[in-house]
Write a protein that binds this ligand. Structure first.
Ligand SMILES: NC(=O)c1ccc[n+]([C@@H]2O[C@H](COP(=O)([O-])OP(=O)(O)OC[C@H]3O[C@@H](n4cnc5c(N)ncnc54)[C@H](O)[C@@H]3O)[C@@H](O)[C@H]2O)c1
Length: 348
């Protein structure tokens, strides 16, 4: 039986998951019954039907009354604004009628208290969110620790972050087979909707700088995302980020001091082996095209969590590893969210 799903937050990721659900399987991979945001319904339909990054979706979009019509299927639209109500009131109670197995939250603005209330008020059996909300029951990086999901113990689940999904598989392979003593990750991340278009006030001064004008140094949660899944790396991983004026596809540049001597040949073999077997579909070893390295835009709409740029893989003095990877921070992440929903469905 299909999983009953609701979505709160129809921004880049909420719409991406909605689009992926109907693009992957005719009629929808999961039974998305209700979707919510602060916008009016026609505005949601407009944004779903016209996407500046990925173009038009491979299905027809319309709206009628309180329903979105996606590829002929009616999905109820509920206008909500959690910020205007306390977590203990019953503003999401209207969603009970949809008998939701999972409420997927892609707002980035809710707290663990909001999520626990949704479960105790029987709005949904589980909540899945798109960031490492403090106090969540488990953070899942599909491919690495999805088998740890336990439906008895885990009600509030994080699908980690886009950079977490990209870095964790690589660190998992390296730490398991060679060992990581210390690593520094630099993410080069496209613009996000939390930035200002022109200079202005923002709680984070850097993110208040015009996003199209500069390379902006900022912080990243990728270290937390990684150690939540790989606690052995606690205290061994530093991370920082640059936001760059592109729309999509992120880079992670990793420098690591390994625990034992290795060689470039051993690392290539290790990553190739995982890319072909245990982490097939998650890690991809990329050698460019006809010997030419690709540009970030060439990886748009790829589903792999981590695309390793094999021309940039290096090992020096036996212990020092250099590695670069790219990933579509929206599309690949939305594919992983759908995969995590698949895990929840299987273990119901
Ligand atoms: N964009 C990415 O590359 C990316 C990748 C992985 C994870 N994430 C995470 O996903 C979340 C959303 O990111 P995004 O890029 O989609 O942001 P976004 O700003 O495009 O979308 C957020 C949506 O949530 C809605 N929203 C916000 N607060 C709300 C509330 N209180 N009630 C109802 N609706 C509300 C907004 O109207 C908006 O449509 C963040 O936690 C982000 O860290 C983003």
């Amino acid at each position: 039986m299909s999983l009953n799903v609701g979505i709160v937050g129809l921004g880049r990721i909420g719409r991406g998951v909605l689009r992926g659900n109907f693009a992957q399987t005719k009629g929808g991979r999961f039974d998305i019954r209700v979707v919510c945001d602060v916008m009016a319904i026609d505005h949601v339909a407009y944004l779903l039907a016209n996407d500046s990054t990925y173009g038009r979706p491979p299905f027809h979009v319309d709206c009628d009354g309180d329903d979105l019509i996606i590829d002929g299927k009616r999905v109820h639209y509920q206008r909500v604004d959690r910020r205007r109500s306390s977590p203990d009131d019953d503003s999401f109670g209207i969603l009970r009628q949809f008998n939701l197995d999972v409420l997927f939250d892609a707002t980035g603005t809710a707290t663990i208290h909001d999520f626990r209330s949704l479960i105790t008020q029987n709005v949904a059996k589980k909540v899945l969110c798109t960031w490492n909300v403090s106090g969540c029951d488990i953070s899942l990086v599909f491919g690495v620790n999805n088998s740890a999901y336990d439906p008895i113990r885990h009600d509030v689940i994080s699908a980690s972050t886009c950079t977490g999904n990209a870095l964790v598989p690589v660190c998992h392979v390296l730490d398991k087979h060679i060992g990581i003593d210390y690593a520094r990750a630099i993410t080069i991340h496209p613009q996000l909707s939390d930035q200002r278009v022109l200079d202005g006030y923002h709680a984070s001064s850097q993110l208040g700088r015009g996003c199209a004008s500069s390379i902006i140094p900022t912080s990243t949660n990728v270290g937390k995302s990684t150690t939540l899944v790989l606690p052995r790396l606690q205290g061994k991983l530093e991370a920082m980020s640059y936001r760059v004026p592109t729309a999509i596809v992120s880079v992670i540049d990793l420098t690591a001091t390994l625990s034992r001597k290795t060689s470039l040949e051993e690392c290539v073999e290790l990553f190739e082996d995982y890319a072909n077997k245990q982490l097939a579909g998650i890690i991809h070893c990329d050698y460019g095209a006809w010997g030419h390295q690709k540009a970030s835009i060439d990886y748009m709409e790829t589903e792999y969590s981590s695309i390793l740029l094999m021309h940039h893989l290096s090992v020096s003095q036996g212990h020092q590893l250099g590695l670069s990877l790219m990933h579509d921070n929206e599309h690949a992440y939305c594919c992983r969210v759908l995969d995590v929903l698949g895990v929840i469905q299987t273990k119901r």
